[in-house]
Design a binder for this molecule. Structure first.
Ligand SMILES: Cc1ncc(COP(=O)(O)O)c(C=O)c1O
Length: 289
């Protein structure tokens, strides 16, 4: 898209105008955080929650906030409008900024952060596709110790996903010390003996905005969700496995390394969760600015 508009700093410009220096610490050290925010009906979904998590990530790596939450929201909404985006994804990245010469030490005074955001079209969640499910593969979790911060240091996630793809799977489910942490770009839910579980928050789990939204909708409907350690051994005795993310919404895992999770009669708890998610999503979009 040559006429694509992006956010660069606080300016909306043609994508081709952006010049980011090779001395930017985002490029040199992955010294950088990001967000991916779904857009439905031309509105950013759960924007407040994404901006709150962005602030948490920035604080976690000591990068200054480039703007207030309100100003950030204004800029991102203006970007969506400028591209005439209806259904898609907003990608936002903030790096620590440009510093020369290259040096591991954090620069003093802090440089101005580099801010970049772009949009891309992406279809909204679709019930049949979500229920049909994806194939996933278990892959060792070789990421660093602060996966709760949404940084762009994603090489281990990229390689895990590639390993899954090599094995014919669409997502890698990560295993650390015999425990399921999350997907390479998604959170995990397990249904066991009719109860819903998801990993407890901690350093190896990203606090997923979609996951929190699904949990809240389930709890409103009096379906309890227990956040706890999920031992790998639990997979054998589980009836359902789901993943959630901003890009995919809520999706069933139909096959994990050849272990089938057939769709339960009537759709199981997944169907209930998906319908609650979808109704909540529509209501949230209807009241979003
Ligand atoms: C590692 C990881 N976990 C979980 C998620 C899901 O988070 P969210 O629902 O906020 O998109 C993502 C999203 O891309 C991710 O990269």
């Amino acid at each position: 898209m040559t006429d694509e508009i992006v956010l660069w700093g606080e300016r909306l410009v043609a994508a081709g105008e952006v010049r980011i220096s090779p001395w930017d610490r985002g490029f040199l050290f992955a010294d950088s955080v990001y967000e991916v925010i779904p857009v439905y009906d031309a509105k950013a979904f759960l924007l407040e929650a994404h901006l709150a998590r962005l602030e948490r990530s920035l604080a976690g790596v000591a990068i200054a906030r480039p703007w207030s939450r309100e100003r950030g929201g204004e800029l991102l909404r203006a970007l969506v409008r400028a591209n005439g985006l209806r259904d898609g994804l907003l990608y936002l990245q903030i790096t620590r900024g440009e510093v020369r010469p290259r040096d591991h030490r954090l620069p003093e005074p802090a440089p101005a952060p580099t801010v970049f955001a772009a949009t891309s079209p992406h279809p909204p969640p679709e019930r049949e596709e979500a229920a049909r499910g994806i194939t996933a593969a278990l892959v060792p979790d070789e990421r660093w110790g602060r996966c709760d911060l949404k940084t762009t240091a994603l090489l281990a996630n990229v390689l895990a996903r590639e390993e899954a793809r090599r094995r014919g799977a669409a997502e890698a489910l990560l295993v650390r010390d015999g425990v399921l942490t999350e997907g390479s770009s998604s959170n995990i839910f397990l249904v066991r003996a009719g109860r819903v579980f998801t990993p407890a928050d901690g350093p190896h789990v990203l606090p997923g905005v979609t996951r929190d939204f699904v949990v809240a909708r389930l709890e409103e409907a009096d379906i309890a969700v227990e956040r706890r350690t999920l031992p790998l051994s639990w997979i054998a005795g589980s009836e359902e496995l789901w993943i959630s993310s901003s890009g995919r919404g809520l999706v069933r895992v139909a096959d994990l390394d050849g272990r089938a999770f057939p769709e339960p009669p009537g759709g199981g708890l997944f169907a209930r969760a998906w319908d609650l998610f979808e109704a909540g999503r529509r209501a949230e979009i209807a009241r979003s600015p």
